[in-house]
Design a protein around this ligand. Structure first.
Ligand code: FCB
Length: 422
């Protein structure tokens, strides 16, 4: 772990301090293209887990969970759909004033053109429950899950399908919009396009470069369309995407390492951002790791890794934010940041390093307006299923009990202090 000099923390007055979730990862009992895929693939994934994960240092700790098919089926999870009031109380306990969530399109429009009034009412009560606690909602419209009917029509592979997403966006914002300012249209477009259309890891398991780029371009088009419509409804809406950004840097002085790092950074960040930036009021940034590049290879030799094997270099968030701000000049909200750490060994260190990194970015002039930790609760980590634990609150999936981890109790005290010392 890198040693950093102590940084004095002083965040802007109306800074948003909060946590993030996504519908399919916490709500439980969703029926969408992912839940269909989970049921079809759970057995194979369980059988392949040893081959895929045995290199992880913590393989012996996770193996019994990773080898079980039900790990790969979201099922009822933490039942956040019904337990949201108690979950929002956790935000209050941590002195938070913001919360990012996603609305589940498949609940709101379960069949093409059919709106489910009960689901819409649910999300109205949900947002009202946040407002009652003085918590600013940050609403995501597409966080990797789609109604089965939409993906059967070809999902975002077809540009002509984008109109269904635009129609959904207008509908839900016209229903919930009076209490909402911050809207994320799409979560991590590149990760979705890559994992689903090139790497073949996520539904619909395609492995085509060409399809990946087509989906990515359609997602950029979708963002522009939705942003235009929402701004047309009300200029007060602050619209953006949540852009994954890994910081890429050369590990040595070789010309090739520098050139590869720059190309990697461009392809990961700028290829997409350039297409949407004029239609963003701020920039949502998800930061999890860095890429150290040697020659053509990404290799992080001496950096510790999380339970998922992701390298842990939280303080590099500083450079990711500085670069994005310098390039795009938009205010930034960190829309996700966190660590898979079942034993809660690293989370407090992670957050300390992250806050210091953000402070240095602020001091160098970056306009950062919020930080939303991933995640409020332990949740369903997509293709890995339930074993990775990102929650500030640990969830016992048998009993439904939520318990704030020690790092979360500490973080709550830090937020209280930072919000008071203005
Ligand atoms: C991000 C996703 C989020 C969560 C974290 C760990 O890529 O946006 O849903 O899975 O990673």
């Amino acid at each position: 772990m890198q040693k950093q000099p102590k940084t004095k923390l002083q965040f802007p007055k109306r800074f948003l301090w909060g946590a993030a979730t996504a519908a399919h990862q916490v709500e439980g009992d969703n029926h969408n293209q992912w839940s269909v895929w989970e049921l079809e693939n759970a057995k194979t994934k369980a059988a392949q887990s040893e081959y895929q994960l045995h290199d992880l240092d913590n393989w012996s700790d996770i193996k019994s969970a990773a080898k079980r098919p039900d790990n790969y089926v979201s099922g009822s999870l933490a039942d956040h759909y019904n337990q949201y009031e108690q979950d929002f109380d956790l935000l209050t306990k941590m002195h938070m004033n913001a919360y990012r969530f996603s609305v589940e399109w498949s609940r709101i429009e379960p069949e093409q053109g059919v709106w489910d009034a009960a689901a819409i009412d649910h999300y109205k009560r949900y947002v009202a429950a946040l407002k009652k606690r003085n918590i600013e909602p940050v609403m995501t419209l597409f966080h990797f899950t789609l109604p089965a009917w939409f993906s059967e029509r070809g999902g975002f592979e077809k540009r002509s399908n984008v109109m269904y997403f635009t129609r959904f966006a207008e509908k839900i914002v016209s229903e919930l919009g009076k209490d909402i300012r911050f809207i994320i249209t799409i979560n991590e477009p590149d990760i979705y396009a890559r994992e689903s259309y090139r790497a073949g890891n996520w539904p619909p398991n395609r492995t085509s470069n060409w399809q990946m780029f087509r989906v990515l371009n359609n997602l950029a088009y979708a963002h522009r369309q939705v942003a235009k419509r929402l701004h047309g409804m009300n200029r007060r809406y602050k619209v953006s995407i949540a852009k994954n950004s890994a910081y890429s840097y050369a590990g040595d002085t070789a010309w090739l390492s520098h050139a590869s790092a720059a190309v990697l950074q461009y392809m990961q960040d700028d290829y997409f951002l350039r297409k949407v930036v004029k239609h963003c009021d701020f920039l949502g940034v998800n930061y999890y790791f860095s890429n150290r590049v040697y020659g053509y290879r990404v290799h992080n030799p001496d950096i510790k890794v999380s339970d998922l094997g992701w390298d842990m270099s939280p303080s590099n968030i500083e450079y990711a934010l500085e670069r994005l701000y310098e390039k795009y000049k938009l205010p930034i909200i960190v829309t996700e940041n966190g660590v898979a750490d079942q034993g809660d060994e690293y989370r407090q260190w992670w957050i300390t390093q992250t806050l210091a990194g953000m402070q240095r970015a602020l001091d160098s002039g970056v306009d950062i307006q919020g930080y939303l930790h991933w995640s409020l609760l332990d949740n369903f980590e997509w293709a890995h299923g339930k074993w990775p634990r990102f929650g500030l609150a640990a969830v016992d999936y048998e009993t439904g009990n939520r318990t704030l981890r020690p790092s979360a109790i500490w973080f709550g005290r830090v937020i209280k202090h930072l919000r008071e010392t203005k």
